[in-house]
Design a protein around this ligand. Sequence first.
Ligand code: ATP
Ligand code: MG
Length: 435
Amino acid sequence: MYWKPRPVIVPVSMMRLSPKRTNRNDRLPTRLAVAVVIALCVAILASAVFTYATFLRLRSSYLANRGREISATIEAQARGPGRRNNPAFWQTLLESAYETYSGSVALLALVDHTGNVLASAGDTLRDHGDLYIFEEPLPQPRSPHGEARPTVAGWRIRVGLQLSETDFIKRQATLQLVVSGLAVVALFALSMNLLRMLSRFLELKMREGEEKQLKSLGMMAASLAHEIRNPLGAMKGLTQLAQEDLPPTHSAQPQLKTVVSEAERLEKLVTDLLDFAHAREPQIREFRLSDVIAGITTMVQPRLEASNVALRVSAAYDSPIRSDPDGLKQVLLNTIVNAIEATPPGGTVVLKAFDGNNDDLVVQIDDSGEGLGESSPRELFEPFTTKKARGTGLGLAVSKQIVDRLHGSLELENLPQGGARCSIRLPRLPSGADK
Ligand SMILES: Nc1ncnc2c1ncn2[C@@H]1O[C@H](COP(=O)(O)OP(=O)(O)OP(=O)(O)O)[C@@H](O)[C@H]1O
Ligand SMILES: [Mg+2]
């Protein structure tokens, strides 16, 4: 009787190390705060404009009242027989009134129903653009029997008030508008600054949390590696011995094969975890990319054959480069394995290496698989994100960590003709960067 192993499924979804940084929900409070600040600024501005308009209305009604008051005073002096319809009397009256109100009044006039000036005092030639013109119809005198006397019908007293008299109201209105505008700008700038500081602080806090998690993950991985690796190696070795001892057609062979492959998977999980939690320092030296690619091609050969996928290195890049060859090897291995796993049987994975625009080295790995689907590349770089039943979801996270440490970039994108492209960019390091 042989022990029948059950497949070990790592609860990948439960192992998510940290919430996704770009989650739309994470940004919601910040967006809400920005919306509140903008609404507040708009409300303050609207209220300032409303107050400005009220000040201007107040100015107009002040001028109208002043004009009414002056014309009423003049009209009261023009009562009496032989006065009201006598332009000569009006002339004297207007001149004396002009003397009284000089300063605030620039023009006084009596006009008939057609607009003809019958009498006037003050600056009649002046452009009326800087005056507030108020006109009040002259009340028609009545006979002792109460009938209106038509003699002065349509006559009006015209009062031209200096607009400068109400400059203080306009100044007040403009001042409050400017102060409110400045307050809005200051409030907006201050709020944006505070929000930026807050989100920076939250990001730092999150990173701190991530680092703590990584540290404890590292300790856990180290003790796991210590506790698991040796017994696992022994289990695997003994199982392989049993496989060799038994005839290939023995009924236990499939179970033994499963034990070996599960042990290898656990070994990979422990190694990936260790790589991720204990990011190694890059070892910079000069090397040839073609040597690294040759090594990887040998390593992935069995996988290529098993999946019936071809690997084509489209351009040999032979100039020596300075970077971390072991780190780059791991990144290339992880991404090429991903490309092989994505490619259907009979397909080809194409690797290209060339100089980038910023004098950096670019390596592109194109496959003819299904592409990234709905997932965003950023999401796929998160640790423990996998769509594979037997994946750990650490390949891209480890690769990103290595490339980041080399100040490069790792990108994943869909190809227009189908399939995905993984681009690795590494800056050329100066010779002094050797370690
Ligand atoms: N070339 C690709 N085409 C399509 N999907 C890809 C490609 N490369 C990566 N992915 C997606 O990104 C996910 C994460 O990849 P990653 O290498 O981090 O983990 P994994 O391959 O699932 O597991 P492992 O840790 O064993 O590598 C994959 O599960 C896959 O869904
Ligand atoms: Mg992978």
